[in-house]
Design a protein around this ligand. Structure first.
Ligand code: UDP
Length: 325
């Protein structure tokens, strides 16, 4: 049975990918320091509580497990927090990745799937976004991911590492029946916050209604987390089949405005999502939509969830069972 090491497997996208890898017959070991992830997302026998900074610990684990690839999610992800605490983001996201990469090269593990982000395009000049557009992040978070992509390029040249960077657009939803879902503390993402506003009756603040879009709110590409998990599995198979290093946009190609998402939430829940229109949030581009043609043609990926309401329904099935915060 093929072994895979997943870092950050106790987090949102990592736990969904682990779930799918196991269903496909992979033997998965999860490394997570539980600083942002949740113990309840991983079967205890699969979890190794280990910090990315522990290069020797990672090397020993890699030597013992000999995985065919590492799927590397473990990172901090909040754009706003990264502006307040840039050192934390560079240290954890860049330093942590370097420590992992050093351990991999010491242990002779040469394939990596990396969680990258659309945030590395910053404020792109046009949309949909293709992978060859300029990398010009506008936050330490986006920069930290861009820096790791650069490092991967050099390790490809100097060490023969083969890697796939998946540049996520807006991951959302939950795999039905898995018990997994989106849990961040504090939550900053639109869909869980809208669902919470429906449950509590407390208004959500929307970040700007004066963008140059049809209804004035920002447009994003919402990709279901299970479709994203599938992209990781295809990336693992691609590397196992000898595929060359590459970076892929992971989005559906469909854009939805904040108001469209709000309406979908109201339709799915049958409730009202109260909101206050606030000012723009720093660093928000008006429109971020993926051209995922490269992912579709090179890896054979295709989203299963193409309806925003269906995506929101899976998020609601998870959210409605959670205690109110
Ligand atoms: N958004 C909002 N209010 C919130 C959180 C998000 O209006 O409390 C908007 C945000 O400005 C963006 C969209 O919802 O246009 C998606 O934001 P999110 O933080 O979920 O993901 P991002 O696009 O930043 O990756």
């Amino acid at each position: 049975m093929s072994k895979i090491l997943v870092t950050g497997g106790a987090g949102y996208i990592g736990s969904h990918t682990t779930h799918l890898l196991l269903r496909r017959g992979y033997d998965v070991t999860v490394v997570d320091d539980l600083s942002r992830g949740y113990r309840h997302n991983v079967a205890p026998e699969r979890l190794r509580v280990l910090a990315l900074a522990d290069t020797n610990g990672l090397r020993r684990l890699l030597e013992a497990e000999r995985p065919e690839a590492v799927v590397h999610f473990a990172a901090y992800i909040a754009v706003g927090e990264s502006i307040g605490e840039p050192e934390l983001y560079f240290s954890n996201n860049v330093g942590g990745s370097l420590s992992l990469l050093a351990a991999m090269s010491q242990a002779g593990v040469g394939r990596l799937v990396f969680s990258s982000t659309a945030a590395l395009y910053g404020m792109p000049a046009r949309t949909p976004i293709t992978e060859d557009m300029p990398i010009q992040p506008v936050s330490p978070y986006g920069e930290s991911k861009a820096m790791v992509e650069k490092i991967l390029g050099w390790l490809g040249q100097c060490r023969g590492l083969r890697s796939v960077a998946l540049r996520y657009f807006n991951a959302c939803g939950a795999e039905p029946g898995s018990g997994l879902g989106e849990e961040h503390d504090p939550e900053t993402h639109l869909i869980p916050l809208l669902l919470r506003a429906v449950r509590t009756g407390r208004p959500i603040t929307l970040f700007g209604g004066d963008y140059a879009t049809p209804d004035g709110t920002c447009i994003r590409d919402y990709i279901h987390v299970s479709d994203l998990a599938e992209a990781h599995i295809l990336a693992v198979e691609y590397l196992a089949g000898g595929g060359a290093s590459n970076a892929f946009n992971a989005g559906t190609g469909a854009g939805h405005s904040v108001f469209e998402v709000l309406r979908a939430v109201e339709e799915v829940t049958g409730g009202k999502a109260p909101f206050i229109m606030g000012p723009r949030r720093a660093g928000d581009a008006a429109v971020l939509v993926a051209d995922s043609g490269r992912l579709q043609t090179t890896l054979g990926w295709k989203p299963r969830y193409t309806e925003l309401r269906e995506i929101v329904r899976t998020a609601w099935e998870f959210e409605r069972r959670r205690p109110l915060r």
